[in-house]
Write a new protein. Sequence first.
Length: 177
Amino acid sequence: MNYWIWLIRGSGAGPGIRRFFDLWILFHILMGVLFSWLTPIPLNEAAINLLLPLAGIFIGLSFAWGGNAQALLETEEIGDLTEHHRGGFEEYIYTYQSSILLILVTLVLWSIAGLGIFEKIGPTHCKKEYNLIIGSLLFFFASLTIRECWHVVLGSQWLLLARYKIKKKRANESNKS
């Protein structure tokens, strides 16, 4: 099993890509269109002044919590827990990796916007519509990235709580015998 196979076919709990396509996708599309429509400055300025610096925060947050999750995944308790999950251990590892991939894709897209490349390659006869579509796409990815960064934090917290409960249960069982 490698990441790309997991992303397309899955490891028993369905394809990894489906984690991005739930009902919340409609919210992210709405946020993309809304922010694109409301943003009063060109996309390259928005990228340089706001979203690229914000991307550093996303990356730092996700890597910090991802490191915490990695340490937790190496514990015996979480190893035992993953044996009872459809998709197994890979499901946990690759889910975190998907979050990092999404952050990197979003960073690359906003970097391209910051360089002004979208403006150079866009059509000249429908510039306003083109900018709305590109802006919607960029803000959609930004919204989705915020969600995934939050999921990295939640996933790490969930693993921490699960490990605590498993250790506590094992200690109670050990004391009874």
